[in-house]
Ligand binder design. Structure first.
Ligand code: HAM
Length: 413
């Protein structure tokens, strides 16, 4: 019978890879807590309408990429394609918001998008998210970008590009949308790819970041959003840039950065890398002030970002575990139980290590001990079994060894 294989686009993380994810999560917890973020864990499964209402019906994520299915009662459910919608749902539902109060949450976990799997693109992937509610000020956007930079720097990732744009607001974007539609029409609709011909009516900004060569060519010279911002959006954006500039964050302005989710207004940003193939974005985010209200909640400003952990892991590389403290080499089968008990006592005293379950030749056991990289090897052979002793071999130093009563040894650990 053929063995059961994992689902396409889903991955197993073995210890050397899982260790990199743990490191990212621990670093995020440490850095994000300096900025006042608390962890929020939301469900993986949500009602489909949550994502349609928040991400937008005409986005690729909602239109083509969701894992959606009816539950046993026929209600449409979706495996979250991103965290923001669920975080906003939880925040609104909890009733925790009060005017004037700022709330900061981070969240981490798996997300699901039915995309074509390729390097840096999975159907199950992991994100680290941070969201701020109740702060319309440009300082909140700048703070998020500064926090993201600190987090990435702490991981040792410094060769990344910060791309920045403003997407305007509900007041100034309609005129920009129209200017774009007029521009596309002047170029002739037929030259654009099929997706963009549709997007022109539903989501003209998305045409700007289409990857197709013909669309890229046609949007050259398209009007830029930053020339169409209203006074308030312009001031807001100027302040974000000012803080980042003063704080020494190097960024590039990218007027074509539109983001793939519909809820953004004003600040939008992405962090990209040239070292991980064609999927270059390792993080992305921006402001989404209208979302809590559109989900039945308060009219509350909101801004946030998410990092793609698989893409960051590609930059960090796999990590071998830290070397253990000990390895117990059982040479005489009869000593196997004593060895397990000795290991248990060492572990209860905080030491990390392994024990060979049964006896074996000294040569094969020493080879195994060396392989683990343990700093000490405890040998339990015939004499040690009979006398209640253990032979201690110093693997890190000069291979010195001595025999001592097990009980005495444990007293000194
Ligand atoms: P996003 O740009 O769709 O934003 O995703 C954020 C990051 O998740 C991307 O930059 C990328 O690193 C990673 N990512 C996305 N799709 C995949 C995939 N199929 N495979 C591997 N990695 C992927 C959001 O999701 C927004 N919720 C971010 C946000 C938070 N905006 C405000 N708050």
């Amino acid at each position: 019978m053929p063995s059961i294989k994992k689902i396409k686009g889903f991955a197993d993380l073995f210890p050397e890879d899982a260790a990199v994810f743990t490191r990212m999560e621990n670093t995020a917890r440490e850095i994000f807590s300096r900025y006042g973020f608390g962890e929020l864990r939301t469900p993986i499964l949500e009602k489909t309408e949550l994502f349609i209402k928040s991400i937008g019906e005409d986005t690729d994520v909602v239109g083509k990429e969701m894992f959606t299915f009816p539950d046993r009662k026929g209600r449409s459910m979706t495996m979250r394609p991103e965290a923001t919608a669920g975080v906003v749902r939880a925040f609104v539902e909890s009733g925790r918001y009060q005017p004037g109060k700022v709330l900061k949450y981070f969240t981490t976990g798996p997300m699901f998008r039915y995309e074509r799997p390729q390097k840096g693109r999975q159907r199950q992937f992991h994100q680290l998210n941070a969201e701020i509610f109740g702060a319309p000020e440009p300082q909140a956007d700048a703070e998020l970008i500064l926090m993201l930079k600190s987090f990435l720097n702490e991981l040792g990732l410094t060769k990344l590009t910060f791309e920045l744009n403003s997407l305007g607001c509900h007041d100034c974007r309609p005129a920009y949308r129209q200017a774009l539609i007029d521009f596309y029409q002047s170029k002739g609709r037929d030259g654009f790819c099929e997706d963009c011909q549709r997007r022109m009516d539903t989501n003209p900004l998305r045409v700007l970041d289409c990857k197709s060569a013909s669309c890229k060519e046609l949007v050259q010279g398209a009007p830029e959003i930053t020339d169409h911002l209203c006074g308030e959006c312009s001031d807001h954006f100027a302040q974000v840039k000012d803080i980042l500039g003063t704080a020494g964050v190097e960024y590039v302005l990218n007027p074509r950065l539109v983001r793939g989710l519909d809820y953004y207004i004003r600040t939008a940003f992405e962090v990209t890398s040239n070292d991980i193939g064609s999927q270059t974005a390792v993080a992305g985010g921006g402001r989404y002030d209208g979302l809590p209200k559109s989900l039945g909640g308060p009219d509350c400003a909101s801004t946030g970002f998410a990092c793609g952990m698989e893409r960051l892991a590609m930059l960090l590389g796999a990590k071998d575990g830290d070397a253990p403290d000990f390895y117990i080499a059982v040479i005489d089968d009869r000593a196997a139980n004593d060895a397990m008990l000795f290991a248990q006592k060492l572990r209860e005293k905080g030491q990390r290590g392994e024990v060979s379950y049964a006896g074996g030749s000294m040569k094969s056991r020493m080879r195994a001990a060396n392989k683990t990289g343990a700093s000490k090897c405890f040998i339990l052979g015939e004499a040690e079994f009979a006398e209640g002793t253990v032979t201690v071999k110093d693997m890190a130093g000069d291979d010195e060894q001595y025999t001592v009563s097990r009980e005495e040894y444990l007293k000194k650990v």
